[in-house]
Every structure is written in C-alpha cells, then in structure tokens.
Design a protein around this ligand. Structure first.
Ligand code: M6R
Length: 364
C-alpha cells in the first residue's frame, strides 16, 4: 500500500504532481478556469468586499500564501486567521465578505466552528476541502474540492499542494471576473499553472542531494527558516514540517524581523534556511543571510535557477525551476518537506505517526 516507499509521507510527497494536476484539471477546461461545480457566480464575485481565510496548521499556511496571491492579483483585501482565534474573537465581518475555510479533512473542530460562526453572522462561506462529504464540505455554502486523494501521513504534503492550486485558481478567476488582469495575463497564468506538476517532479529529482545534506543535521538543536512575502509563507510551512516530524525546535521568521530580537539565538553552526524565490526581494533576504552567516550560521538556500551568486554566501543551495512569482510556494515547499522527512528518518523517528499528533484534530 506504500507503493514501494518506506513511508506514506514519502509516497505522498511523490504523489504531489498528480494531486496538483488532478486539481488543476478539475478547475481548468479549454484554457479557462471553470468554477461551475463550485457555485460562485460572477455577480457574487464582483461584489466581494473582503476575503477572510480561516484554517489551522498547514492549511493556515496555505492561507498565508493565498493572502499574498489573491491580494496581488485581485486587489481584494484578504485577511487570514487561525481558526481557533477567529472563532472566539467575535469577528467583525463585512456582509459582502467571503469566508474561505481551508481543510484537508473537513473535520477539524476549530475550522468547523469558525465556519458555523461565519454562517451565523450571515456571511457567505466557501470550503476548500479534500474529503468528500465531510462536515465542512456539507455545511459550507459552496465547496471547492481538492483532488489530492486520501492522505495517510499525519504531516500533510499533497493536500497542502492541492490547496495551493485551489487558491491560485480562485485568485486568477476572481482577477479576471473583476477585470484586474487582461486576456493575455489570464492566459499566461493558466498556461503556467499547467506546468507546475512537471516542475514539482523536477524538484523531486534533487532528493538525493537533499538527503545527503539533511543527514548532517540529525542532531540540530534549532533550525530557522526565513523569507519575505510569499517566501515567508513557505518558511512557515517548512518550519512546521521540521517540528512536527523531526522534533527539532524551529521557527519561521519574516527575514526583516530577525534583527528585532531573534538573531541573538544564532550560534556557531545554527542551520538557517532561507527561501528566496521572490526576485524583487532576493537581494534583501540575501543580505539577511549574510548577517546571520557573520554570526556563525550554516546556510541553506532555496532559490530560482539563475541566482547563482547565492553560492557566494550560502553553503548549500537547492534551485527551483522558474515559474510565475505567485506560484513559487508549490515548488519551494518540496525541498522543505524533504528536509523534514530525511531528518526525521535520520533520527529514527516514526515519520508517518509523530508523537502527540492525530491526522484529524476533532477536539478543540
Ligand atoms: O484537516 P485540516 O486541513 O483541517 O488539518 C489542519 C491541520 O491540523 C493540519 O494541516 C496539520 O497542521 C498537519 N498535521 C500539518 O502537517
């Protein structure tokens, strides 16, 4: 059932190109985004005043990425919130707002409670859900299903990747309906979306190098992940993967925030992983990498092919294929998933069933 892989997590990491392409194919037909099965009419989309994305864990991290992507493409203000915070803070929601709940299982207690809270407040809800017929799928006004298939490993990989695609598709579609992008940009974005499965496979080809590098950090005490913009959102997910399955303390920081306190934690040999896929922020984050290096950090970088001068600073680099700047999380997350996986394996831990965790968190 693990199809020749040692763990479900590794199998699911390799199923990402398929999860992504199945999800894209369900949302794109004849070169257009088609949300007929989801239900949001153009009229509804034109009237959205504000988007609230609410989720937990990795699904929340998808929301953080989606905030950057949706705001940039649609110019609709987006707020993203952890479900267990949202539900208790008596949220002030605009009646023309759209609440998007992201959940693989569709059963996460706090996400479900947040959905009910939004409905009580009379705001339209959309679920981005993987499990068909789950509670969130049944109760949301509209549902966009991700087609990742069953996910067994506690640490999510392919469902996360499919959720990103769902958010990109919404962003492109909303941007087109609201006339924020022209036909040409629309076509280019969709063409690029269709290339993501192959590009994810290409990143997976680098796994042996990553395994070699990861095995050196089996005894790390702390790991820091830094990035700016979308790269910060990717860092959040990389850090959660590391904690969840390797039991190594890690933190994700917006790169510019390090010097406001956290940089004092950097010691000789501390691993700092920089995510540098946003070309306009590349030099800024690189200079933060230089700063931590001068305090003794050991550096890993993830960046786009072509940014070869990173090697002047960084000890180990993983290059990802070029893609549209809005879609880089889909590629840059893969080496981070592999880092978490290989460090967990090197430490002899139960990768698929980490201690203290359940696949679906149905208690509050
Ligand atoms: O089923 P959900 O997407 O609602 O689950 C949300 C989180 O519990 C989940 O993403 C969790 O953080 C994962 N174990 C992370 O790998």
């Amino acid at each position: 059932e693990k199809a020749g892989f040692e763990h479900f997590m590794m199998k699911e990491i390799h199923e990402q190109p398929k999860a992504v392409s199945d999800t894209i194919n369900s949302l794109v037909s004849d070169g257009r985004i088609n949300l007929d099965n989801v239900g949001l009419s153009d009229e509804v989309i034109k009237n959205i005043s504000q988007i609230y994305i609410v989720a937990c864990g990795s699904a929340y991290h998808v929301g953080v990425t989606a905030q950057y992507v949706i705001e940039d493409l649609t110019r609709i203000p987006v707020r993203v919130e952890i479900a267990s915070e949202f539900r208790y803070r008596k949220p002030l929601l605009d009646k023309n707002g759209l609440v998007i709940i992201i959940s693989q299982s569709g059963e996460t207690a706090d996400s479900l409670a947040a959905l009910r809270e939004a409905k009580n407040l009379g705001v339209r809800t959309l679920g981005i859900v993987n499990v068909v017929g789950s509670s969130i799928a049944r109760e949301a006004d509209d549902v966009l299903y991700t087609l990742a298939g069953p996910e067994i490993a506690v640490a999510t990989t392919k469902a996360y990747s499919a959720q990103l695609i769902a958010c990109y598709a919404l962003a492109i579609h909303f941007a087109k309906v609201r006339e924020q992008i022209d036909d040409n940009e629309y076509k280019n974005l969709i063409d690029e979306l269709l290339t993501l499965p192959d590009k994810i496979s290409k990143v997976l080809d680098d796994k042996e190098r990553i395994q070699w590098f990861a095995s050196k950090f089996a005894n790390a005490k702390d790991v820091f992940f830094i990035g700016r913009g979308i790269d910060y959102s990717i860092s959040l997910e990389g850090s959660l993967k590391m904690k969840e399955i390797s039991y190594i303390h890690s933190e994700a920081y917006a790169a510019g925030e390090l010097k406001h306190g956290t940089i004092s934690l950097i010691e000789d040999g501390t691993l700092v992983i920089g995510v540098l896929t946003q070309q306009d922020l590349y030099e800024k984050t690189l200079s933060n990498m230089v700063e931590v290096k001068s305090r003794g950090a050991y550096l890993m970088g993830i960046t786009n092919y072509g940014n070869y001068n990173i090697e002047d600073t960084v000890d180990f680099t993983v290059y990802i294929p070029k893609t549209d700047k809005h879609f880089t999380a889909s590629l840059a997350v893969v080496p981070l998933q592999l880092m978490g996986y290989y460090i967990s394996v090197a430490r002899g831990l139960d990768v698929d069933k980490p201690r203290n965790l359940a696949k679906s968190v149905t208690v509050e």
